[in-house]
Unconditional design. Sequence first.
Length: 156
Amino acid sequence: MASITACLWFNGRIEEAAAFYVSVFKDAKITSRSHYGEGAPSPKGTPMAVTLDIFGQPFMLLNGGPHFSQSEAVSFMVPCETQDEVDYYWSRLTADGGQENVCGWLKDKFGVSWQIVPSIISRVMQEQNAAKTERLMKVVMDMRKPDVAALTAAVH
């Protein structure tokens, strides 16, 4: 069966971005590279696309030029079991110019939006317990980087 591949539009820097994502996500790897040829919108030999595998999900980084930029309308969720995992991804993805946002959202230095999501959030949402969900969301709305202990305390 075919899978869906996320394609992220960049204006250059795709080799740098690919190396960054492979360094952040354990077991991530570059699966292919391509370059522009003669008569293309960029000079021959310029990187055109780099395809990555992150957590088994394919991502293509496309060097498409200045026409489009990243948007918070699309983000990628990173599930985390522990505070150590939250801290790891938060610090790596906000490094070197990334930006923190509220509710576990952030932008990396390339402008790509990520959500760092402790597993307790998914578990509580699946329980469909309105009182627990309300308490949890009240805490989530007041945080930037998720705090697993505070989230856990909110639902117990």
